[in-house]
Design a protein. Structure first.
Length: 378
């Protein structure tokens, strides 16, 4: 029996170096499409603040065991109080791709890069997981982002039918979904239609429809939602070409009034962006379209799980089947800009955490969140 060879860590920091790793890169079981090589390189190319891509592969006998994908870029790192960015220092960041981490050895390979950037920003990682501990171990406690509360990540394991999904909800939720759907259909009736867009040939019409809704939605005022930029357009084109995108559009008399833009990768449909025409808010068109998307996902053999993303909105609690806690990890390098940014952001993050605890204790979090969003629509 031949003994296994030593572990080899390969780091690529240019597009050419990553291309040379393509064969091995494509054998890594990435969790998100952002870690796919073409997506990673396209995003770096399309972002004016991007400096370089980053790829790490941990291999044995030439076979990849795990990996990590990311990009180095000059960008702001905001500290928010609610939706308001109070402090936003501009830093040289190593931004690790969401879902690209599949091993602690790949995280440790980032240690030599801490002298070249001001901070390493990891995606939300499961609390007390090996990955979270490995990320935090890159620096001393004084160089880690403090006061970051853990947030829920909620998912729905899809049942065999939509009827089974409804039966798994509480009586109150079932009644609410049926009541809202009945009210919506009574008001808009046969003039309502749900479209699913997944073909590259539909890109131009899709972008126009998404932007028409997004410019009216509160998400854009808060810096989120879809925007017709070169980056979002080209990444959406790539996702449609590779089968990574599902876009659900609700139309009234042919005009789009709500959307959910989702990605589909390795059996998981991730809810990425949403928006709705506030003129239809009283009819809860966003939630109605989401239930339509759940039904269509159940019928789609490529989808096994719906990932609602991080956050604890009421609809996520009502529609998910399981959850866990995650926390964003930011490690600051021993540079003047990095240490100064950490010191400036800490008071804001501390105040935000105390405010959130007080709101949660008083059961006012959802009410305050709705108030912020209502102001954003004005």
């Amino acid at each position: 029996m031949t003994a296994a060879g030593p572990v080899e860590v390969v780091t690529a920091r240019t597009a050419a170096e990553l291309e040379r790793l393509r064969t091995r890169w494509e054998r890594v079981p990435w969790e998100r499409e952002e870690a796919e090589l073409d997506y990673l390189l396209a995003r770096v190319r399309l972002r004016p603040e991007a400096i370089a891509p980053l790829g790490v592969l941990v291999c044995r006998d030439g076979e990849p065991l795990s990996g990590l994908a990311g990009r180095v870029e000059e960008r702001r790192l905001p500290a928010r109080l609610g939706y308001l960015a109070v402090v936003a220092p501009r830093l040289r960041l190593l931004h690790v791709v969401q879902g690209g981490i599949v091993g602690t050895a790949a995280i440790e390979a980032l240690r030599p890069l801490l002298g070249e950037v001001d901070a390493v920003v990891f995606p939300p990682l499961p609390v007390d997981s090996d990955l979270a501990r490995a990320a935090a171990a890159l620096a001393s406690p004084l160089r880690r982002q403090p006061f970051v509360a853990a947030g829920a990540r909620r998912v729905l394991a899809l049942p065999a039918s939509y009827e089974e999904f409804l039966a798994s909800r509480s009586r109150k939720v079932r009644f609410g979904l049926r009541y809202d759907a009945k009210k919506l259909l009574a008001a808009l009736g046969p003039d309502l239609r749900t479209d699913v867009v997944r073909e590259p040939a539909q890109l131009e019409t899709l972008v126009r429809d998404l932007d028409a809704v997004a410019r009216l939605a509160y998400q854009r005022a808060l810096g989120g939602g879809f925007t017709d930029t070169l980056e979002q357009r080209e990444l959406l084109r790539l996702a449609l070409e590779r089968g990574w995108a599902r876009v659900f559009l609700l139309r009234h008399r042919g005009r789009p009034i709500a959307y959910w833009l989702c990605s589909v990768y390795r059996g998981t449909m991730l809810l990425r962006q949403t928006g709705f025409d506030p003129g239809y808010a009283h009819l809860r068109v966003g939630i109605f379209l989401l239930t339509q998307a759940i039904g269509l996902a159940i019928a789609d053999p490529a989808i096994e799980v719906i990932d609602f993303g991080q956050g604890d909105a009421a609809y996520k609690r009502q529609l998910s089947s399981e959850s866990w806690l995650e926390r964003e990890v930011v490690v600051f390098a021993p540079t003047w800009r990095g240490l100064r940014a950490n010191a400036a952001r800490a008071p804001v993050l501390g105040a935000a955490r105390l405010a959130r605890r007080a709101l949660d204790a008083a059961s006012l979090t959802d009410r305050v969140r709705v108030g912020w969003r209502s102001r954003a629509r004005r």
